[in-house]
Design a protein around this ligand. Structure first.
Ligand SMILES: Nc1nc2c(ncn2[C@@H]2O[C@H](COP(=O)(O)OP(=O)(O)OP(=O)(O)O)[C@@H](O)[C@H]2O)c(=O)[nH]1
Ligand SMILES: [Mg+2]
Length: 313
């Protein structure tokens, strides 16, 4: 299989294979993916959406419905579901795929549950490569589902354009979110399971969150975070969330903050990989000698290659 050609043809099997290689720790595989990605110009017209929240909050059920709102608008949707606990190979990750049963049957959808390769929080520069591969295969909307544990929300926020924080009703969750600073990362806070007996509580929780964010600094200078509620079972509130995400996307592009943020993220990840691969000592030396900025520039412009740099230093 010629992965390059097949990706261009939006072949999901090739995309799956490429993601497996991107997740591999073998240097050859990493080189292959780096080389493959360099052949695809970066897509600017995609939206990368992070969906996070505690286990069982309803992320997968939400994505099942939310993803379809984009499909209905003629867009294609790729979902990367990342399992943060290193030991777990089945369980909720398998559940994820079955919770997105309808979406997974869509011709224009791709769903990929991923193990975490032992990285804390499960999200890493490999996830970034997976996003770029989905975009290379022509997907318009990339959704990253990750369980909110440890550092994972912070890391995801450095991979996506917009962050959705899903939350359950009742106290506790708010306090947790505030304590861990997650609220400050969220563009949209969504109270889930707004149905049946839970509706009163959902409304209450929504009000509480609106009060909290009104005194919090905004996540983006161009955007004041919003609080909404939804039910994935009744399919309530999901269209509205789609509208708001599209609204955010339009504003961010108009204000130029979209491209600026992506560039910043790219630099962040390049520096992180360099630091991880070279070690603190060598990295600090590069930084002090002011060589680092040139190296980064050259990698981004394609004049140099990350792997060459790692070997050279
Ligand atoms: N009543 C109600 N239940 C829901 C709703 N959304 C999800 N659930 C239920 O909540 C449970 C967890 O849903 P998931 O979508 O798997 O939650 P998740 O956040 O993806 O869970 P993990 O991936 O394990 O972290 C399931 O039993 C769902 O049926 C909803 O809108 N209303
Ligand atoms: Mg899930």
């Amino acid at each position: 299989m010629n992965i390059y050609n097949e990706l261009k043809n939006k072949n999901n099997k090739a995309l799956s294979k490429a993601i497996t290689l991107a997740e591999s720790t073998l240097e050859n595989d990493q080189r292959f993916i780096s080389n493959l990605l360099s052949k695809f110009p970066e897509k600017q017209n995609t939206i990368r959406i992070g969906v996070t929240g505690i286990p069982g909050v309803g992320k997968s059920s939400f994505i099942e419905k939310f993803g379809q709102t984009f499909i209905n608008q003629g867009k294609s949707v790729a979902v990367l579901a990342i399992d943060p606990s290193s030991e777990k190979t089945s369980g909720s990750i398998l559940g994820d795929k079955s919770r997105m049963e309808k979406l997974s049957l869509e011709k224009n959808a791709f769903i990929r549950p991923s193990a975490n390769n032992g990285v804390l929080g499960g999200v890493s520069n490999k996830t970034r490569d997976c996003i770029l591969l989905c975009e290379a295969a022509g997907y318009d909307i990339i959704i990253i589902e990750t369980v909110g544990v440890g550092q994972s929300e912070t890391t995801v926020s450095k991979l996506v354009d917009i962050m959705l924080l899903l939350t359950i009703t009742g106290a506790g969750d708010q306090l947790q979110a505030i304590k861990r600073g997650i609220i400050e990362l969220a563009h949209l806070i969504i109270v889930t399971k707004d149905d049946g007996d839970n509706q009163m509580k959902a409304k209450q929780t929504l009000i509480e969150f609106r009060n909290i964010i009104s005194i919090n600094p905004p996540v983006d200078e161009i955007w004041l975070p919003k609080v909404l509620k939804c039910s994935s079972i009744n399919n309530n509130g999901i269209d509205e969330i789609n509208t708001i995400v599209n609204q955010f996307n339009n504003i961010a592009r108009r204000e130029d903050s979209f491209i600026k943020k992506r560039k910043k993220q790219e630099i962040f990840w390049l520096k992180k990989v360099l630091k991880d691969e070279l070690g603190n000592k060598k990295y600090s030396k590069l930084k002090e000698s002011k060589k680092l900025e040139d190296i980064i520039k050259n990698i981004i412009s394609g004049k140099d290659d990350l792997f060459n740099i790692i070997q050279e230093y």
